[in-house]
Design a protein around this ligand. Structure first.
Ligand code: COA
Ligand code: AMP
Length: 636
């Protein structure tokens, strides 16, 4: 391990943040380069590159297609679930994107209009995101595992002019019909999009609604035959590139806004300095375009950096076996893989000895990056042992769009400490504070906050909800962004993430709100009261567990109601919630002031040691909870 340039780099950012980001901005082709780096008076905490103009699609696609990378693969699609593989050079990607962008213009979509995408992991999803970026439309991708009602909420918040969707997704061996879900969502929503562009996949054709739905392939063919393409629109650096909804502390998701200029600057910096890849290398983020990891590191980051990005439509296991990731890495000469620890837990469960792995075939593979949930040391060690490459945990959120705390491979790796995502990236002044906002000593737990301003790439606000942004993120610790994660910093400056301070849980790397699930359970006519907590799960990290108290006089068998509740969460939130466990109890444990003791319930369910809370109203209730969990095979 050579000397790392991390400390000098971080110090140079601390000494002069604007000079740091001015330098980083040189990696982008601007239409009008920035003279203002940070306008502290603009926006809710300052805005980056306020006088600059640029286009994200130009930087991700055109500049490579027009330069030395024209014939280099930009996008490799590998789909074990359909048995297909495709590759697009930057020149081909430009043709696809510019043609689809012309179709969007023909649909009346203009700069600033929102376009919802409901797409599986297929090249058209990437084309659609880039086509929106090209004409200045704001895309909002909705993950395929959400139910119609979740999509309807997003439609009503984003008010899209159009929706682009595929007829189906393929989840392992299952075909998931997307179109009926889309139709239901539009029926449920108050806002109605003018049109939908539907990609018919051969696995399952959808019925098109006349007047509203258009056939994707037909529209693209017509535009192509007419030789129609759209140019890149000149956007302000501060214009929104996309809105991505993420779970908040209620059932109403938060519309995280990403801007145009700062996003590009931050992502390119991260590709070279954090992920340590070079232009021309293959970068694989095994996530989904519906999540922030997919936005930043399947689509924008690698393409902006001139890398080849890999789009994998499959699972870590079962498509067809736990050797799938090794096959993809070997076949496409992947240099770096980014995935959630859950994927490795899934592989390990099926192939603990890694018999499917032939290390000599992975000669291009240098680094494994993990994020999205806690990287448990056991899984990290296993990955290190079997792969014999660096395994890097790093910590970030949908809100920040890129890494807050990581181990900067490009600057020279720092020693790894299992359980810690390592150190703050330039741009992030991370502090751990007590309830009064006072920094706590090294080693002591507290709330993790980031000193404002947030760096380029992080969200400037929530979609048309400045007040909610202030309230959710800025109000509690004035001058700081509240991450809602808790943890500590050790004597060497390494951060440790210990958990959330709000109701968010992380299920298989998917971010979910237990408050949202409680709203669904409470809507069942038999339920008087409920509480949802995340309990430890060997594969998914956490899974939700819902405790319900039934209304007096309900005679339906508990098992029937519990099954209805499981189905209700699936119907309202979606299969991704992975809500499989409802437990009927007589009463919920509360403090004397009426606060439900979720933390203690979690400890009981996880079989951890717990102390009787001093403020508990009736200690006997915890015995009842213990018994109810035991009956389900949970707890000590
Ligand atoms: N469209 C429709 N349904 C989807 C979906 C999608 N895009 N993604 C997941 N689902 C469904 C699943 O099919 C499953 O349905 P089921 O209840 O009928 O079985 C449900 O949502 C829960 O999915 P998941 O929690 O992912 O569990 P799983 O058992 O299907 O897979 C893993 C478990 C570990 C293999 C999988 O979560 C995985 O590959 N995770 C790692 C990578 C990752 O996606 N990280 C996220 C962001 S970095
Ligand atoms: P998301 O917005 O979906 O990326 O989820 C962000 C949340 O996931 C964070 O606030 C953390 O709670 C958790 N998280 C993400 N990365 C890590 C990590 N490396 N270690 C621990 N928790 C993480």
């Amino acid at each position: 391990m050579g000397e790392s340039r991390y400390h000098e780099t971080y110090r140079s950012w601390q000494a002069d943040p604007e000079a740091f980001w001015r330098n980083a901005a040189a990696a982008i082709d601007w239409v009008k380069p920035p003279t203002v780096i940070l306008d502290r008076q603009a926006g809710l905490y300052g805005r980056w590159f306020t006088d600059a103009t640029c286009n994200t699609c130009y930087n991700a696609v055109d500049r490579h297609a027009e330069g030395a990378r024209a014939d280099q693969a930009a996008l490799i699609y590998d789909s074990p679930v359909t048995g297909s593989k495709l590759s697009f050079t930057f020149a081909e990607l430009k043709r696809e994107v510019a043609t689809l962008a012309a179709v969007l213009l023909d649909m009346g979509i203009a700069r600033g209009d929102r376009v919802i995408l409901y797409m599986p992991m297929i090249p058209e999803a990437v084309f659609a995101m880039l086509a929106c970026a090209r004409i200045g439309a704001i895309h909002s991708v909705v993950f395929g595992g959400f139910a119609a009602k979740e999509m309807a909420t997003r439609i009503d918040d984003a008010r899209p002019k159009a929706i682009l969707a595929a007829s189906c997704g393929i989840e392992g061996a299952k075909i998931v019909a997307y179109k009926p879900l889309l139709d239901e969502a539009i029926d449920l929503s108050a806002h109605k999009p003018e049109s939908c562009l539907i990609l018919q996949r051969p696995q399952l054709a959808a019925t098109l609604r006349s007047g509203r739905d258009h056939d994707w392939a037909g529209a693209v063919t017509t535009a192509r035959e007419a030789g129609r393409t759209a140019d890149c629109a000149e956007m302000r650096a501060t214009d929104p590139l996309y809105v991505l909804y993420t779970s908040g502390t209620t059932g109403k998701p938060k519309g995280v806004v990403r801007d145009t200029g700062g996003h590009m600057v931050a992502l390119v910096w991260s590709m070279f300095n954090l992920y340590g890849v070079r232009p021309g290398e293959v970068f694989w983020a095994a996530s989904d375009v519906g999540w922030v990891v997919g936005h930043s590191y399947i689509v924008y980051g690698p393409l902006l950096a001139g890398c080849t990005t890999l789009l994998y439509e499959g699972k870590p296991v079962g498509t067809p076996d736990p050797g799938a990731y090794w096959r993809v890495i070997a076949e496409h000469k992947v240099a770096a893989l980014f995935t959630a620890p859950t994927a490795f837990r899934a592989i390990r469960k099926e192939d603990p000895e890694a018999r499917h792995l032939k290390r000599e075939t992975l000669s291009h593979f240098r680094t494994l990056f993990l994020a999205g949930e806690r990287a448990d040391p056991d899984t990290v060690k296993w990955a290190e042992d079997i792969l014999q490459v660096a395994v890097i945990d790093h910590w970030w959120q949908t809100e920040t769009g890129w890494c807050m705390v990581g181990n900067p491979v490009g600057l020279g790796m720092l020693p790894v400490k299992h359980g810690s995502p390592t150190v703050p990236m330039p741009g992030y002044d991370i502090q751990v504070v007590d309830e009064a906002g006072k920094p706590v000593p090294a080693g002591q737990m507290g709330s993790i906050v980031v000193k404002l301003p947030l760096p380029p790439g992080a969200f400037p606000t929530l979609w048309q909800a400045d007040e909610r942004f202030r309230e959710a993120y800025l109000a509690e610790f004035p001058g700081f962004y509240k991450t809602a994660d808790a943890g500590f910093i050790d004597a060497d400056g390494y951060l440790y993430i210990m958990g959330r301070t709000d109701d968010i849980i992380n299920v298989a790397g998917h971010r979910l709100s237990t408050g949202g699930m409680e709203e669904v359970l409470a809507s069942h006519p038999a339920v008087a009261e409920c509480a949802v907590i995340g309990i430890a799960d060997a594969l998914k990290g956490e899974t939700p567990c819902g405790f319900v108290v039934l209304k007096a006089g309900v005679n339906t068998p508990h098992a029937t109601i519990e099954a209805e509740l499981v189905q209700l969460v699936r119907d309202r939130i979606g299969p991704v919630a992975a809500f499989k466990l409802a437990v009927t109890v007589a009463r919920l444990p509360k403090t004397r002031s009426g606060k439900i003791l979720r933390g203690t319930m979690k400890k009981i369910a996880d079989g951890d040691a717990w102390n009787m809370p001093a403020t508990i109203d009736d200690p006997a209730i915890l015995d009842e909870i213990t018994e109810a969990l035991k009956a389900k095979g949970l707890g000590a």
